[in-house]
Write a protein that binds this ligand. Sequence first.
Ligand code: GDD
Ligand code: MG
Length: 365
Amino acid sequence: MKDKLKAVILVGGHGTRLRPLTYNTPKPMVPTVNVPFLEHVIRNLGGHNISEIILAQYYLAESMQDYFGDGSKFGVRLRYVMEESPRGTAGAVKNVEKYLDGTFLVLNGDIFHNCDFTSMVKFHRRHKAQVTIALTPVENPTIYGVVETDSRGKVKRFTEKPKPEEVTTNMINAGTYVLESEVLQRIPPDTKYSFEREVFPPMLADTKSVYAYSFDNYWMDMGTPEKYLQLHRDILSGKCDNRLFEKDVTIGDKCDIHPSVQFSGKVIIGDNCVVGHGVRLTGPVVIGPHCTILENAVIADSVLWHDVAIEQRAIIKSSVLADNCDIGDDSYLVDAVLGDHVTVDAGCKLKPGARVLPGETVGNT
Ligand code: GDD
Ligand code: MG
C-alpha cells in the first residue's frame, strides 16, 4: 500500500461459544501457542503498512490494554475505544467514526488467517469499491455469512447464517473488509447495528460497489473449543505457513525437564515449567508458562494455559485446560475443556467431551 491505512479490529464479543474458556478471559486474549490470539492478528496486520489499529472493545477490555499497551512493542500504534453497550459489528465501527476517514480496514477479531491485506486494498481501489469483503471457502457455510458473487467479483447476495436450503455457494464472509468512510453514513449512531444483517444486504440493492476478494490461504474462525484446538494443530503442523516452530520441541526459559521425558510430534513448553520423570508428551502439545507435570503423566494433542498442575500418571488427551487447573493423580481426560481454576480429583475419569466451569471441582461421586 502506498499510503498508510487505519484498521479497526472488532474485539467486543462475549465469546459465548468458546466457553468455558472465555468466562474470565476475553476471546482476543485466549492464549494461542502461548501468546494472546490477538497478538497473531496484530502482528499479521503490522506487516501491511497500517498507521493505527483501533480496538473496538466491550467485554473484559482491561486485560487487552494491560498486555498490548500503546502497541509499540508489537510495531504498531494502538487506540482503544470502549462501547457503553455492545454495538454489534457495524455499530462498533460507527462508534469509532471520528478516528476514520477515506479507506480503512475492518477485521473480526477472532479470525486467524494470512489474507494479503495489501493486495486486497489494491483490488478494492482498482474496482473503486465502497466495500470489499474477503471471501474464503468453507465446508459448512451455514454458520457464517454466505456471499454470492457474479463473474466479475461483484457481490450479488449476502446471507448471514443461512438455512441449509439457502446455501448456494461455499464462499463465505471471511470477516475482513475494506471500507470507504461514506459507508458509515448507513449506520445510525449509538445503536446496535450489524454489517452482516443491516448494512451489506440493503447496500446490494441500491449500489453496485460491493466487491468480493477471494483468497484460499489458511483461514480459521476460532469460535469454539474444537476450532481452538484445531488451530493449534494447524499452527504446529505448519499448515498456516507459520514457520516459527520448525523445531519439534521448543522449551522456554528456566524449565526443569527430566531427561527421561518422551517427546513425539511438535511440543511447545512455556517458561518456568517442570516436567517430571517418565512423562510422555505427544504433540501437538502446547504447555503454558509455570506448569508442572508430575511423574509418568501423559499429555497428547492438548493445550494447557499457565500455572496448570498435572499430577502423577494423569492422562490428558485432545483437551484444553485453562489457567490454574489442578489435575489429580491417575485421572483421565479426553476431549475435555476446563475453565480456569478447575480441580479434578485423583483417580477421576471425566466423561469424554466434558466441559467444566471455572472454579469447579470434579470428583468421582
Ligand atoms: N466491539 C464489538 N462490539 N465487537 C463485537 C460485537 C460488539 O457488540 N459483537 C461482536 N463483535 C466482534 C466479535 O468479538 C468478533 O470478533 C466479531 O465481532 C464477529 O462476531 P462473532 O460473534 O464472532 O460472529 P460470527 O463468527 O458468528 O460471524 C461473523 O464472522 C464470520 C466469519 O468468522 C460474521 O461476520 C459472518 O458473516 C462471518 O462469516
Ligand atoms: Mg466469530
